[in-house]
Design a protein around this ligand. Structure first.
Ligand SMILES: CC(C)(COP(=O)(O)OP(=O)(O)OC[C@H]1O[C@@H](n2cnc3c(N)ncnc32)[C@H](O)[C@@H]1OP(=O)(O)O)[C@@H](O)C(=O)NCCC(=O)NCCS
Length: 401
């Protein structure tokens, strides 16, 4: 096992250890939950949480024998622009004990975690927008929170396939298979680890109020949606879509026909990609309201050369990017990006960019020219860089962690 690393922090000497047994995992979970102002896990909650602790991926900060901070990651894979799938770390459960905050404990945890992550890219969800840029994470993907007015949501024509309701046991068996088969259709989508499903499929905390329907077309099962209804006294429930995946446009359309024709439902709420065409599905475009757009994927390029080579690029004149990475200096250097791909070069740069902002432009959700307009990056030929990094499909990550 790797020996602990020591970091000088204002808290004193902070030791970062890799945890390996269940009692430590439970203490880790309790500390994280307290940092989020939640109570410790109950025995029931712990049963479904334990499988998400993967050996080798769980870090904790200690002062002496006292645990004072946590982070961990889940291993899997992620889709990049062009459709390639790369190994991915989903970073989560970041917390520092409230009596130790702002003394560098998170910084020690992040540095240690970054230097040991086994995958070329990591993403996380941030509780605050100002925390993670300094560790090289950039805001790479946003999501739209939509409310669909079911009374206005008339979809011309009928369904082409069949939608069937499945019981919980069937859903538990089917959903992981179906998600693997067609849940990775966009840049930013990630595969789900067994511990994720263990928690998601535990319906007890929702009073078994989650319903799943599966769509089948000519080639078999090709879509599903899980939803739950808010309790409402005037028989106009709000449905919250909690999981939605489809293999083709017919399955997507038929599942929306199902959702908007349910009795006693006034509103359907769903998280969707910025370019989701839902507005155009209904004959009244005012059926869909964007209630919010918020940041979703914070992306850290851990291995810059590998990640630049993994995605495809648009058509434009090549540009040379000079990348700076304070925490992982092996990434610092110049990269020539062209329609044919990306490679490390010794050449005069067109654009100088820190690694967090390279993360921000990686999916094409943010443009180089926008970052240049606010003086966050320097150089020239931003239009070519925009065209190279543009993606015809907006990113989305429908797997919350
Ligand atoms: C967020 C949290 C992990 C930060 O831990 P910490 O040990 O206080 O962080 P550090 O002392 O290493 O701070 C590193 C830097 O980030 C800044 N920072 C830390 N937390 C911040 C926050 N919530 N908002 C803005 N900046 C923050 C610090 O000011 C510091 O900046 P500096 O280097 O310029 O001085 C901790 O406050 C916490 O557990 N919060 C509640 C749970 C939570 O939000 N977890 C994150 C889930 S994604």
């Amino acid at each position: 096992m790797r020996s602990p690393s020591r970091w000088a922090t204002i808290a004193g000497v902070t030791e970062i250890r890799v945890l390996s047994d269940e009692s430590q995992y439970r203490a880790h979970n309790t500390l994280f939950r307290r940092a989020m102002h939640w109570g410790p896990p109950t025995d029931e909650q712990w049963k479904v949480t334990l499988p998400s602790y993967e050996p080798g991926r769980v870090h904790a900060a200690f002062e002496g024998d006292e645990m004072i901070g946590t982070t961990q990651s889940y291993g899997g894979s992620m889709v990049v622009p062009g459709g390639a799938v790369v190994p991915h770390s989903a970073v989560s459960r970041v917390g520092v004990r409230a009596d130790y905050t702002r003394r560098g404990v998170l910084s020690a945890l992040m540095r240690e975690q970054l230097s040991t992550l086994p995958d070329p890219v990591a993403t996380l969800r941030a509780s605050e927008g100002r925390i993670y840029g300094r560790f090289g994470y950039g805001l790479a993907g946003r999501v739209r929170f939509l409310r669909v007015d079911a009374r206005r949501a008339v979809i011309p024509g009928g369904p082409t396939g069949r939608v069937r309701m499945v019981d919980l046991d069937t859903a538990d068996k089917l959903l992981p298979e179906l998600h693997t088969a067609f849940g990775l259709g966009r840049p930013g989508q990630i595969s789900r680890w067994p511990g994720w499903w263990a928690k998601a499929l535990d319906r007890k905390s929702d009073g078994d109020n989650i319903v799943t329907v599966v769509h089948s077309g000519p080639d078999g099962d090709d879509g599903y949606v899980s939803y739950k209804a808010s309790s409402d006294t005037d028989f106009k429930h709000t449905l919250q879509v909690v999981d939605f995946a489809w293999a083709n446009a017919d399955a997507w359309r038929d599942l929306w026909i199902y959702l908007t024709r349910l009795d006693l439902v006034g509103t359907v709420e769903v998280d969707a990609a910025l370019d989701d065409p839902l507005t155009w599905l209904f004959d009244d475009p005012r059926a869909v309201h964007t209630k919010d757009v918020f940041d979703q994927v914070w992306l850290r390029l851990v291995d810059v050369p590998r990640m630049l080579a993994a995605r495809t690029y648009g058509v434009a004149e090549p540009v040379v990017l000079e990348v700076h990475d304070r925490l992982l200096p092996a990434n610092t250097g110049c990269y020539r990006v062209s329609a044919d791909g990306a490679e490390r070069v010794e050449a005069r740069p067109d654009i100088t960019i820190p690694v967090d902002l390279l993360g921000a432009v990686y999916f094409g959700d943010t443009r180089f020219s926008d970052l240049a307009a606010v003086r966050r990056i320097e150089g020239a030929r931003f239009g070519d860089a925009d065209a190279l990094f543009a993606s015809p499909v907006a990113p989305l990550c429908s797997t919350f962690f």
